[in-house]
Unconditional design. Sequence first.
Length: 196
Amino acid sequence: MIEVTMKDRTKYLYAKHLIEILKDTSFDKIRVTELVRRTGTTPPTFYYHFKDKYELVAWMYLRDFSDVVGYEEAEYSPERLARIMQKMEEKRPFYKKVFVSDSQNSIAAYIHNLALEIAKDALEKVGFTSLTEEQELSIAYHNFGIQGLLKDWVLSDKPMNTLTLATFMYSKTPDFLKESFAQVAYEPEDLMKNKL
């Protein structure tokens, strides 16, 4: 688990209240003014931490992702992918509500961009100095596929078993990405740094 700093406590406060509000309200109808009212803070405080409610959701996802991937040894396996999904499963009602939003700042778009960034970072760390056009397309294609499957899984009333889906996603990962991911370990702070 990631150490919670003083700055993050305020972020966690917003996250906690967002989850509460989502029990009765759709994500698209939630306003920052409601979040600050419920937390007893002010709009400038919210905007100091996040540019909008979508960035708050992205931060919440990244924390969940970092809780699984951070502090672990370098690994890329169906089991690790399943652990990420199991973390999301713990908060399925939350993720189900936020995945419905299809705005340009949607959580699916954020996850896609994060996955692209992590893939390129992992490739650089193992010595790829430049990617071919085909490799760039393979990464994008792979990430779009995973994000589509992940969104369908979250929104499904009868979701597929996490390990079954994770095994499928792993099997479709391009070999050069599998090899790179298997060699790179991340500290949670590294994952959070400059992402939000």
